[in-house]
Design a protein around this ligand. Structure first.
Ligand code: ZN
Length: 292
């Protein structure tokens, strides 16, 4: 078995594709950076897991996909960005949200995210304009919203399952998910069989807790389709911020705003919202750049 945490597979007839990810390490890194509470760890962890799998499906490594969920819930806006290698970063507006568990004992992710808003998916494929798809949220539970996005916006029948299990001390016990998609030409029989397979599967966190791998998940989801692994890789939480990017963002505020800022804070401190790295930037230097 490989040490990779993400696999892609395909059915023998080529009509069903699978992507599965054990995102425990990357969601743990997110929790370490953002100090999220249980329900926001679950919400952002699910979104990051989905984004990573959607990232790896892009054609080129430099392409990116951004998932933005704004459901007007107490968690506020959630954002996840993945590159074509499946590496992700993200943040949630309010990392600490206190909500009672649902009657079934699960974290109330839909309650934290809210349901009165949109999921938007922006795919930047290096062209002049990015592709933007937007759908109304179904439940705010993330997996259903991703499934709906594919059905409504891309007309691709998709099953998405996501899960994050949080320990009592708020560290991440396990996290992961999978995506199953049907390519054009599928039959009703195939849909029936997939639906039965997936309905019979335990939840993602139950499978991960029982030490099942993404490949095991593929064998269960695609039972009867003789699936095989196409490729595997390691994806992680990764931020690509830099001094230069932060300076560019500040310069975009414009001369007037920078002059005002310089009076308040000659050396401005900027925290990267994705990784919390701190940058100290002398405003005067930026202003000199603009004066030219
Ligand atoms: Zn950063």
């Amino acid at each position: 078995m490989s040490k990779h945490n993400l696999i892609r597979g395909i059915s023998r007839n080529g009509g069903v594709i699978f992507c599965g990810l054990d995102s425990t390490a990357l969601v743990s890194e997110m929790e370490r950076i953002h100090k999220t509470g249980a329900v926001t760890s679950a919400a952002l962890g699910r979104l990051l897991t989905a984004a990573s799998m959607m990232g790896i499906m892009l054609k080129n490594e430099k392409d990116s996909v951004t998932l933005r969920v704004d459901g007007k819930g107490p968690a506020g806006m959630l954002l996840a960005v993945a590159d074509g290698k499946g590496c992700v970063k993200g943040y949630v507006e309010n990392p600490l949200v206190d909500l009672p568990l649902r009657p079934d004992g699960k974290l109330d992710v839909g309650g934290a995210v809210g349901r009165d808003g949109q999921l938007s998916v922006v795919r930047d494929l290096g062209l002049k304009e990015p592709y933007v798809g937007q759908i109304p949220l179904v439940s705010g539970e993330i997996a259903e919203d991703i499934t709906s996005y594919y059905a409504v916006s891309e007309q691709i029948p998709t099953v998405c399952a996501l899960g994050v299990l949080v320990n009592p001390d708020l560290t991440i016990s396990c996290a992961g998910g999978f995506l199953v998609q049907l390519l054009p030409g599928y039959t009703d029989d195939e849909i029936d069989r997939l639906e039965k397979n997936i309905a019979a599967m335990p939840s993602v966190t139950q499978m991960l807790s029982a030490h099942k791998t993404p490949e095991d998940m593929m064998q269960m989801a695609l039972a009867g389709f003789e699936p095989e692994v196409l490729d595997s890789c390691s994806v992680e939480y990764q931020c690509d911020c830099s001094q230069e990017r932060v300076e560019r963002a500040l310069i975009s505020l414009g001369r007037e705003e920078l002059e005002r800022l310089e009076k308040e804070e000659p050396v401005v401190e900027v925290n990267c919202q994705f990784c919390d790295k701190k940058y100290h930037i002398p405003v005067r230097r930026l202003l000199k750049g603009i004066e030219k």
